[in-house]
Design a protein. Structure first.
Length: 55
């Protein structure tokens, strides 16, 4: 399982709602909203913050 860097939820890498690649690393998301948030500022979230949905 991967951890969604926006909300901290566990995400099955085989069935994510979305993925993004940043600096050579693939990030997995539980929802399209979390992916959009990450894509707006990937440097802010690539450290693996956790704090609930911010959609």
């Amino acid at each position: 399982m991967a951890r969604d860097p926006i909300c901290g939820m566990d995400v099955d890498e085989k069935k994510p709602a979305g993925t993004s690649v940043y600096q050579g690393k693939t990030y997995y998301f539980c929802s399209v909203g979390c992916k959009r948030t990450f894509d707006k500022d990937p440097a802010k979230y690539s450290g693996g913050t956790s704090g609930g949905h911010k959609m």
